[in-house]
Design a protein around this ligand. Structure first.
Ligand SMILES: *[C@@H]1O[C@H](CO)[C@@H](O)[C@H](O)[C@H]1NC(C)=O
Ligand SMILES: *[C@@H]1O[C@H](CO)[C@@H](O)[C@H](O)[C@H]1NC(C)=O
Ligand SMILES: *[C@@H]1O[C@H](CO)[C@@H](O)[C@H](O)[C@H]1NC(C)=O
Ligand SMILES: *[C@@H]1O[C@H](CO)[C@@H](O)[C@H](O)[C@H]1NC(C)=O
Ligand SMILES: *[C@@H]1O[C@H](CO)[C@@H](O)[C@H](O)[C@H]1NC(C)=O
Ligand SMILES: [Fe+2]
Length: 470
């Protein structure tokens, strides 16, 4: 608090002239938002809520979700659950206005968790899709057929505009529903969600009540069935519960959600990469081994040289546990991974890193801290135009509530922080420019709480920190 008040004194004159949504307190490195959210308990929606409604009809497919199914964006993995019986594994699909209907066949699986038995979880990959096209698809049979659609991305290339949504730590509270609604109603339309981990929070229920995994799948279907969500693993996906005999980490997540990890040479679904339009997206696993010689380390080391910025100018990394976080919550949890990997991120000029975990919002300056003191933890990051901007977007609205306590004074690396629920949009315009906006749930759909023009680190590595108008 001290730093913030001090900042206010120094800037109070300047401040008078600024409108509320463009507050800039450049004193002392960063800004702690003056927006104070009314604190209320964050409560999960009861199981009989409208958003959890089971589709009608015998064995109707539910929890329908899609994700990218290959490296280039020409395949889609369609997943759904049938509760009463195995039912059909087939996805019927066709390109808009095409009379040629195609079929793809998937597989189904079930799992047990303590005394819970899952429904039949289906996964079906449809391949060889054409770029930049609308496809319809149908799952289920007879009376309980359900029809959805999605758009394939443009062909991988440097100057194709593409817009990503950013959501993290969503859960299934009333606030989660507001976050999703705001994302859907944002006038800048997200085409794919980059989800930074912690999906259902089922593990907060007695015996990790896996019915809450099902309810979450039904809740998000209104978005996940129509656009791919790119999954990152969070700690709430671990479901490690030895007291009730559940000793295989990630069991529910692994059965329910697929990632195209094999296509990028990964050996586990938790870390992988995809290209989508102008972006190369690397997903890292905060809760899998990442030290030297581990599979993830070896994979990532070989991954960076594959990134061709002429083909995919934008290099984006997703992870759950943030490296630069000035909240009291989860403070320094990301340090060991940062110490291992940060030099690679700087060398390879990663544009932006999105993380979750902390239930609040924060954006960093471009900083690096190669010379970290492991003995005393003293951290004095330096401005570095080859470094990514780090964004914490764990503010989806789950039942654990907001992280409100921040470290004071606000560290210099922290450009903006605010304890509010929300989502963000990363809108790539061409190889040099991307527009970024964070939206807090308390505002109207079009209002931005924090914005920034990103200049690509490879094509336009100029300092954009003074241009951030948040
Ligand atoms: C499909 O048909 C509709 C109606 O005729 C038309 O508006 C639309 O542009 C067509 N789409 C494509 C991709 O041809
Ligand atoms: C599982 O166990 C819990 C308590 O141990 C109980 O409340 C619940 O009804 C059980 N569920 C099933 C499907 O048996
Ligand atoms: C969730 O949000 C949707 C869309 O705004 C709304 O129709 C629905 O009633 C909400 N449900 C709950 C339980 O808040
Ligand atoms: C990078 O991509 C461009 C455009 O697709 C291509 O012309 C070039 O050969 C690629 N470079 C390498 C090293 O593969
Ligand atoms: C890239 O997009 C930005 C923002 O829309 C625009 O100002 C700039 O002129 C564009 N560059 C090119 C080469 O089109
Ligand atoms: Fe988390």
């Amino acid at each position: 608090m001290g730093r913030r008040l001090q900042g206010l004194d120094l800037c109070s004159l300047l401040f008078l002239g600024l409108v509320l949504n463009s507050l800039v307190l450049f004193c002392n490195g960063g800004k702690t938002s003056r927006y104070v959210r009314r604190l209320e308990a964050t409560v999960d929606m009861p199981l009989d809520s409208d958003v959890f409604c089971v589709p009608s009809g015998y064995n109707a497919p539910q929890q329908v979700h899609i994700t990218q199914g290959d490296v280039e964006g020409k395949a889609v993995i369609v997943s759904w659950v049938t509760q009463e019986a195995k039912g059909s594994n087939t996805v019927l699909y066709w390109k808009e206005n095409s009379s040629k209907k195609l079929k793809a066949h998937g597989k189904s699986t079930t799992y047990k968790f303590y005394n819970y038995t899952s429904g039949h979880i289906h996964h079906c990959t449809i391949r060889n899709l054409e770029y930049d096209s609308k496809y319809y698809y149908v799952v289920g049979v007879g009376q309980t057929e359900r029809k959805f659609w999605f758009f394939t991305p443009p062909q991988v290339g440097p100057d194709v505009p593409y817009t990503f949504g950013l959501i993290g730590d969503l859960g299934q509270s009333f606030d989660s529903n507001i976050t999703l609604t705001h994302y859907e109603n944002n006038p800048i339309k997200g085409q794919t969600v980059l989800f930074v981990g912690d999906l259902s929070y089922a593990d907060q229920y007695p015996n990790h009540d896996n019915n809450r995994w099902d309810s979450w799948g039904r809740f998000v279907e209104r978005s996940t069935a129509y656009q791919p969500w790119i999954w990152t693993m969070g700690n709430h996906e671990l479901d490690f519960a030895p007291k009730i005999g559940e000793t295989k980490p990630f069991k529910p997540f692994k059965h329910r959600y697929r990632t195209p990890y094999r296509s990028s040479g990964s050996t586990e679904p938790f870390w992988y990469s995809i290209k989508r339009g102008p972006a190369y997206i690397i997903v890292l696993a905060s809760y899998s081994a990442y030290g030297k010689y581990t599979p993830q380390y070896t994979w990532l080391e070989e991954e960076f040289p594959k990134v061709n910025r002429t083909e995919t100018p934008w290099l984006i990394v997703l992870m759950h546990s943030p490296w630069y976080n000035s909240y009291d919550y989860h403070y320094m949890e990301g340090e060991t991974m940062r110490v291992m990997y940060e030099p690679w991120f700087v060398k390879n000029k990663v544009d932006v890193v999105f993380a979750g975990h902390v239930h609040a919002y924060e954006r960093s300056e471009r900083v690096s801290n190669i010379a970290y003191n492991v003995v005393n933890g003293i951290c004095s990051p330096v401005k570095d135009q080859s470094a990514p901007v780090y964004i914490t977007i764990g503010d989806g609205g789950n039942l654990e509530g907001l992280a409100t306590k921040m470290t004071e004074p606000q560290p210099k690396y922290s450009a903006y922080r605010e304890a509010s629920f929300g989502h963000a949009i990363f809108s790539i315009r061409n190889r040099t420019h991307a527009y970024y906006g964070w939206h807090r749930n308390q505002d109207g759909y079009a209002v931005k709480g924090d914005t920034m023009w990103f200049y690509n680190r490879f094509w336009r590595p100029t300092d954009e920190s003074t241009s951030s108008d948040s």
